[in-house]
Design a protein around this ligand. Structure first.
Ligand code: ADP
Length: 471
């Protein structure tokens, strides 16, 4: 099949979270299975700055309210894996901050991704794609432009996070050339706003989300972020497919960022990485070292962690956090570090190499998410022999077996979290510790199985295409 994979972030172009990992690993896995895949991605300023070799791949004049807009397409062919289709239009994409445009109004943010969607729909036709795989709200308007400018292209919309919706004032529609007829309850209208996410959910041929448990949860009011009614309505077309990991990119036996590479047969070597880490962070390593690598967002259970701090101190747990995001959390964590520098360490930036040292050097990986579509952190941690301590929600239910491949708690309370930490500490001191780490490392999170499931959904989308929303 010819699969056009549209995304607002993908490794190595731009990354803020797990979507970027998935948007590289899944297309690569599909390409390895014999499909022709292109990863459509805007040419943001930081992408241009990477200086990648780009091959011109055509231009298009897209209809736009104040005269047509010319976009240019470039192919980036990595040494292995799926090529990128980088889309250039300086007025919309040449920005340092694609998601949080400094000094820019929210509508400009919406226009950016609307134009991206139109450019993707146009290329899908020009390239005769069999199916377009969409990801989250920045790609939600592809099924709209896909029916406006020519014959419809089959679409599969993947939900990575329902909380980010791309809801804009209705007046944006005039600025992005979307006819008013789409502003209806079974279209993109959402409580008086124009919702890009809802367009994707309502008008794509099939829907996928990134774990079976999250697929069930988002049909409930608690987790549905206002879209649960629509998702229940379309549930026959909603599939839960667990994300995989790029097992080459995340491999403790070949990770250049760590001092002592190791695998399940040499798990004792992991302790050298631990020694280095404890030294680097200035921690006292006599107790278990719990690490967190996360966006500092409410979703990730940072408030839960902060509530649990007195209990963690009483237990002598060491905690190292690498995260960026909400300044409120940075302040709270900084205060902790200042008060207990031998017990706590925190870094507020995006730092891939430090993340790897933490995955390799930590004893446990904490992920107390309030909700979690899939989560990659816990899978990476398992692969690095660092048993995760997680709140059992969404993909964390599907990937962590309590007491067997990590530790889990259910209630979103500090007490429940600390109980799981206590069970983990006990395991750390007991004879089965190495066996537990080995069991985690031997889990198979490669993309092979999930890529085959996506193929089935693509075929189904091909069959039902042209009847969007027909369910
Ligand atoms: P989400 O996509 O919701 O942020 P995931 O667990 O699915 O969460 O994916 C997070 C990815 O981003 C993982 O690869 C993790 O290692 C990485 N990551 C998160 N925060 C940082 C950071 N501050 N520095 C480096 N890597 C990070």
């Amino acid at each position: 099949m010819r699969i056009l994979f549209a995304t607002s972030e993908a490794v190595p172009y731009w990354k803020t979270g797990g979507l970027a990992d998935v948007a590289r690993a899944l297309p690569d896995a599909l390409a390895a299975r014999g499909h022709e895949v292109r990863i459509a991605h805007p040419l943001y300023r930081p992408v241009r700055a990477l200086g990648l070799p780009l091959e011109p791949a055509g231009t298009a004049k897209l209809p736009w309210p104040r005269g047509a807009v010319r976009v240019r397409y470039f192919l980036h062919r990595p040494r292995a894996g799926a090529p990128g289709l980088l889309i250039d239009e300086p007025a919309h994409f040449d920005t340092e901050q694609p998601y949080l445009p400094a000094g820019e109004d929210a509508l400009a943010h919406g226009r950016r991704f609307a134009l991206f969607c139109r450019a993707v729909a146009e290329h899908a036709r020009a390239w005769s794609a069999d199916v377009v795989h969409l990801n989250d709200w920045p790609t939600g308007l592809v099924p709209v432009y896909g029916t406006l400018d020519g014959p419809a292209v089959p679409t599969v919309f993947a939900i990575h996070n329902l909380a980010y919706q791309g809801n804009f004032p209705r007046k944006i529609l005039r600025q992005i050339g979307v006819p008013r007829s789409f502003f209806r309850i079974d279209g993109l209208e959402f409580w008086g706003k124009a919702s890009f996410l809802k367009a994707g959910l309502a008008l794509s041929d099939h829907l996928v989300t990134v774990s079976p448990t999250y697929a069930r949860e988002i049909q409930t009011e608690e987790y549905g972020a206002g879209m649960d009614g629509l998702l229940r309505h379309r549930r026959a077309l909603l599939h839960g497919i667990l994300n995989g990991l790029d097992t080459h990119a995340w491999d403790p036996s070949a990770d250049r960022a760590i001092v002592a590479p190791y695998d399940a047969d040499r798990v004792a070597r992991k302790d050298r990485n631990r020694d280095e880490l404890v030294h680097e962070l200035g921690l006292d390593g006599a107790a278990p070292v719990v690490v967190m690598i996360t966006r500092l967002a409410h979703q990730k259970g940072i408030d839960l962690l902060l509530d649990a701090v007195p209990g963690l101190i009483r237990r002598g747990v060491r905690l190292a956090v690498l995260g960026d995001g909400d300044a409120r959390y940075e302040e709270a964590l900084s205060r902790l570090v200042a008060a207990q520098p031998r017990c706590f360490a925190a870094f507020f930036r995006f730092d891939d190499a430090l993340a790897r040292r933490l995955y390799a050097g930590g004893d446990f990986f904490l992920m107390p998410s309030l909700y979690e579509p899939c989560g990659l952190g816990q899978m990476i941690a398992q692969r690095y022999g660092t048993p995760p301590i997680v709140r059992h929600t969404g993909g964390l239910v599907d990937t962590v077996q309590d007491g067997i491949t990590g530790f889990a708690f259910r209630k979103p309370t500090a007490r429940a979290l600390l109980r799981a930490v206590d069970r983990a500490r006990l395991a750390w001191r007991q004879r089965g510790w190495d066996e537990l780490r080995r069991r985690c490392m031997r889990l198979d999170w490669s993309w092979t199985r999930s890529a085959a499931e996506y193929e089935r959904v693509y075929h189904a989308a091909l069959k039902s295409a042209g009847r969007p929303g027909s369910a």
